[in-house]
Design a binder for this molecule. Sequence first.
Ligand code: FES
Ligand code: FES
Length: 166
Amino acid sequence: MGTSERIREKENRAVSISVTVNGEHKQVDVDPTIRLVDILRDEWNLTGTKISCGIGRCGACSVMINGALVNSCLVMAYQVDEAIITTVEGLSTQEDIDPVQQAFLEEGGYQCGYCTPGMVMAVKALLQETPNPTETQIKTALSGNLCRCTGYGGIIRAVQRVVAQT
Ligand code: FES
Ligand code: FES
């Protein structure tokens, strides 16, 4: 076998990962070239996490890895071995939706809704660090999340509503 074939074989070898997603333990063999966003959506049907730009510019694919907000289109699946991941599906139960999601509903923080899961995850990350953010802090925290529809007014009001209620 030639060097290039050996390299190709190595690149194609599946990597076994063990990960906790929304409180559920999962073990899976992943191709080294597969992104986290792809296994979330295609392997585990967690399609709340969206793909828009695919290159880390829009925030639609935002999830939490070990409590930190990340763009899951920029993370390879093999990198999350042993990690704890929360997607937008992990915020709600059958009975209750998350207060941030409720506030988006009440303040009209969405239109098409495509950006909404990523926005909600970004707001959760913000409030974790800064429970009482100023409007400027809210805008800064959401600056990595693009919305084509709302003009952001409803989104900012939604964050302010959650803050006022807590
Ligand atoms: S799809 Fe990941 S940042 Fe846009
Ligand atoms: S509500 Fe449509 S992209 Fe934000």
